[in-house]
Design a protein around this ligand. Structure first.
Ligand code: ATP
Ligand code: MG
Length: 550
């Protein structure tokens, strides 16, 4: 398939030029997640971009945990991220932690101080913010801006030794308080934080700021093309300043692309974590979550996610991508792969009164009508079957072609049946249908005597395997994906619907991760978490049809 990335990937163009001009010998990229949550589909876009770009040019890609902020990080997240990247099908060359570079970052900060390019500021965070100026006004210099290099070195070392409290002092780059780019108005590069770090323990009580740390991490690893999202565009001059003034031997360059947003979902880790912490979902891997682990549990395949990301390409402008585009790719991927079987998710019992009691026959059913290579299976048929409750209506509207009193339909892979009688309980609920079948109409027999308009699916009652079906709707309903903070109150109350029904006998040994197309219902995945011996749980990945056109 012709994809957008093959036609409009501006980063690829840059790489080709860099290789041709000899600026780089080998392409080195990195995927740099902060281990403060699970990865989501937006990260997948960045992962695919970085790994596939390096692969194409026989380069390398590192997985680097950007763990410079000690407070929010956790080893659980580190493991889940490694697992997700591997599952997507990528192998990193180097595995690094930004915190391993704290020593070098500190040395480079001393270098800046000695060069007169960094100073210790005693102002509070508020004072620093208030004196930064605006887009139209320059900032105001700190009263501490002109400390001598000796004094700054001494203070910075004492910051490192734990001589000050959190927030008492910071180290700032000394650049230009009147720069039109606010990021160059003496940005803070180190802060004091007496906090335990998951990797370095209590070794440090000063931590580098992201904007200072990131270019150094890239340079230390020899990254050539540092790809990030568009919000960092205004940081690029500072990125280049850090690499230059810290005298890094290797010079990475930063390129920006638009982050992925999907309709009907929240994508920031902070919000996803809120959903988990408030128990609005069943953990990070809840199938309603846009996390890689949620999509995997729902039944998405790595192939579908990668094809989706490839189609997205590398764009420079923001936009919200229709989630149906993601769904399109899982349908495409499973179309030829998934066995097509029958499941009744909201059963209604049907007794076929003219079928001999105690008799069972085996009917042949193709496993995938579009992929003959998947062969056939045998399914039982007997006097009692289940059909879908909403395939029957007692008083149907016009153009209803399924079962109603007196009407005849085709049972997929089996016979025509005709509804003769409706059995109700004391409250008037329909509990059973009594039908007759016509033995002449067996599927595949070439019967042409008459036609029926409706074909419905069914499961024979004898070997039917009880199963739970989980149907999903978006967590966030239309238009509320970007409402700031209060999204938790507006969650879709119908985002999960649970039904108890039956699948064909042949599926009793299905196991976590097996995928099926259930006739008329869509694609389903055997839930890997809640399925157990004697308990089958299916997650609906996606329904069969969509109005979406690529
Ligand atoms: P979030 O706001 O969801 O926490 P983040 O950018 O803080 O995202 P990081 O762990 O810092 O998350 O991101 C790792 C990499 O993934 C970064 O290079 C970032 O640019 C990229 N990334 C994160 N979210 C998206 C997204 N929605 N679309 C594309 N790339 C993304
Ligand atoms: Mg982040």
């Amino acid at each position: 398939m012709e994809t957008k990335s093959s036609s409009s990937n501006f980063i690829k163009t840059v790489v080709v030029e860099d290789l041709a001009a000899g600026r780089v010998k080998e392409v080195v990229t990195r995927f740099p997640p902060e281990p403060n949550g699970y990865l989501h589909i937006g990260h997948a876009k960045s992962i695919c971009l970085n790994f596939e770009l390096a692969d194409e040019f026989k380069g390398r890609t590192n997985l680097r945990f950007d763990d410079t902020n000690p407070v929010k990080e956790d080893a659980e997240y580190v493991e889940s991220i490694k697992n997700d990247v591997k599952w997507l099908g990528f192998e990193w060359d180097g595995l690094f932690f930004a915190s391993d570079y704290f020593g070098e970052m500190y040395e480079r900060a001393e270098l800046l101080i000695r060069k007169g390019l960094a100073y210790v500021d005693d102002q509070s965070a508020d004072e620093i913010r208030d004196t930064r100026g605006t887009l139209t006004e320059p900032g105001k210099a700190s009263p501490w801006r002109n400390r001598s290099a000796e004094e700054n070195l001494d203070l910075f070392r004492r910051m490192k030794e734990g001589g000050f409290k959190d927030g008492e002092k910071v180290l700032r780059a000394k650049i230009d308080m009147a720069s039109p780019n606010i990021n160059l108005r003496d940005p803070v590069i180190y802060r004091i934080l007496h906090a335990h770090h998951h990797n370095t323990g209590d070794e440090w009580c000063i931590y580098p700021m992201y904007a200072y740390a990131h270019p150094l991490e890239d340079a230390i690893e020899g990254v050539t093309h540092s790809i990030c999202t568009l919000e960092f565009e205004d940081q690029r001059p500072f990125y280049d300043w850090v690499v230059r003034e810290c005298e890094m031997p290797s010079v990475p360059r930063q390129y920006e692309f638009a982050r992925l947003n999907l309709t009907n979902t929240v994508m920031s880790k902070r919000k996803l974590k809120q959903l988990v912490d408030e128990k609005a979902v069943d953990g990070w891997d809840d199938p309603r979550m846009p996390t890689i682990s949620g999509l995997r549990r729902k039944g998405y395949t790595p192939e579908a996610i990668r094809a989706f990301c490839r189609e997205l390409g590398v764009n420079k402008s923001y936009g919200v991508v229709d989630e149906r585009m993601l769904e399109h790719f899982i349908r495409e991927d499973l179309k030829m792969k998934a066995p097509r079987t029958m499941a009744v998710i909201d059963p209604l019992k049907v007794v076929i009164t003219n079928y001999p009691e105690g008799q069972t026959e085996w009917l042949e059913a193709e496993n995938n009508s579009e992929n003959p290579e998947m062969g056939h299976r045998q399914i039982p048929f007997s006097r009692e079957i289940y059909i879908e409750r909403d395939d029957f209506m007692e008083n149907p509207p016009a153009k209803y072609f399924r079962l109603f009193p007196g009407n005849e339909v085709r049972l997929k892979h089996a016979y025509f049946i005709k509804c003769e009688e409706v059995v109700k309980d004391a409250e008037g609920n329909v509990v059973e249908l009594r039908c007759t079948y016509d033995p002449e109409t067996k599927s595949g027999s070439g019967f042409t005597g008459r036609k029926v308009k409706g074909t419905i699916h069914w499961v024979d009652s004898s070997g039917a395997v009880p199963a739970e079906f989980r149907l999903y709707e978006p967590l966030i309903t239309e238009g509320e994906e970007d409402d700031g903070g209060s999204f938790l109150e507006k969650l879709n109350p119908n985002s999960l619907q649970v039904l108890q029904g039956f699948v064909e006998p042949g599926m009793k040994d299905a196991s976590g991760g097996d995928k099926f197309q259930f006739f008329r219902h869509g694609y389903f995945n055997v839930d890997p978490k809640d399925t157990a011996p004697g308990r089958l749980v299916f997650n609906r990945i996606v329904s069969l049809k969509s109005s979406f056109e690529l």
